[in-house]
Design a protein. Sequence first.
Length: 338
Amino acid sequence: MSSSNIKDPIRIVITGAAGQIAYSLIHQICNGDVFGKDQSVILHLLDITPMMTMLQGLVMEIEDTSLPLVKGVVPTDSEETAFKDVDVALFVGAMPRKEGMERKDLLSANVKIFKSQGTALEKFAKKSVKVLVVGNPANTNCYILAHYAPSIPRESFTCLTRLDHNRAKAQIATRLKVSPDTVKNIMIWGNHSSTQFPDVRSGTVTVNGKETPIYEAVKDDNWIKNEFVSIVQKRGAAVIAARKLSSAMSAAKAICDHMRDWWQGTKDNEWVSMGVISDGSYDIEKGLVFSYPVQIKDNKISIVQGLKLDEWSREMIEKTQKELVEEKNDALKATSSD
Ligand SMILES: NC(=O)c1ccc[n+]([C@@H]2O[C@H](COP(=O)([O-])OP(=O)(O)OC[C@H]3O[C@@H](n4cnc5c(N)ncnc54)[C@H](O)[C@@H]3O)[C@@H](O)[C@H]2O)c1
Ligand SMILES: O=C(O)C[C@H](O)C(=O)O
């Protein structure tokens, strides 16, 4: 592409920029995989003061990629500098859990980061900023961030459940020995936690050239309702048990999938999973950050409507909603006391 066709840069802040997810993420953003091959970028890289030397090394590496879409890099430990005039905000920076912890065990430590950064986002970012929260517990951190940035439209806040979505696709594909890109219209409901509901009741898969409902192709409802759901719910913990570090490469890939679809739209008649601020759809408490099946057109995220819920799926959704309400109340308590 000639440089005259390149669009003016957008400003993207990545928090936790010296961490392991950011290390896998930055190259994919800089090479145009996410925002388009014609979209130049200025990166704002935020981390805490002790990580500034490490961040300098990362800046050197970004320079050394010599990618033409990169028009600037701003490493910083200042929230004001980080959030100033940003178009996209990727909130990765937070403590990851260790083996044996649930993600909500991070709540009291991490939620305070999101109060502070929400306040800074409100003050310094463009009002049109698109927000993705990755740091755990992702849904509740996103809730707090939005709470402290009231002038930014509610539709601009999302949290990452695309990793769970991709994990669910991969499990179905492996079971049926097909390519994951033939698995369509599965969904993740609720919290990015072990109560999430990976739902394949409306999903299809292409087997021997024929698009087939997943239940029909798998021919084992018991496996879907038990083993499959449990593997997806606990996949993050399984990765931690094996790596002694939480997932990073797959998380970075999921961040790219999420932002690319938001920026460029989803395919016709297909949906993906995103944590969004609930508008009350499917009787979920309005205002909770809840993962739904969504479609995106012209940068607008719409929750897929009219899906049928049977008794089992209602129970699963109710359980994950209950956990999110509890997390929200704990987070509001933790942030109002300081
Ligand atoms: N939603 C998901 O699907 C998903 C997937 C994987 C990981 N995660 C979560 O993402 C987060 C980051 O994971 P990681 O593996 O990159 O962790 P990491 O420990 O490698 O990196 C985190 C970085 O955040 C920085 N940080 C801490 N406090 C900060 C602050 N106030 N401002 C800016 N930066 C700050 C740290 O210094 C560190 O460099 C964790 O909370 C992890 O649990 C979420
Ligand atoms: O499980 C974790 O704590 C990390 C991340 O949220 C994941 O799903 O891999």
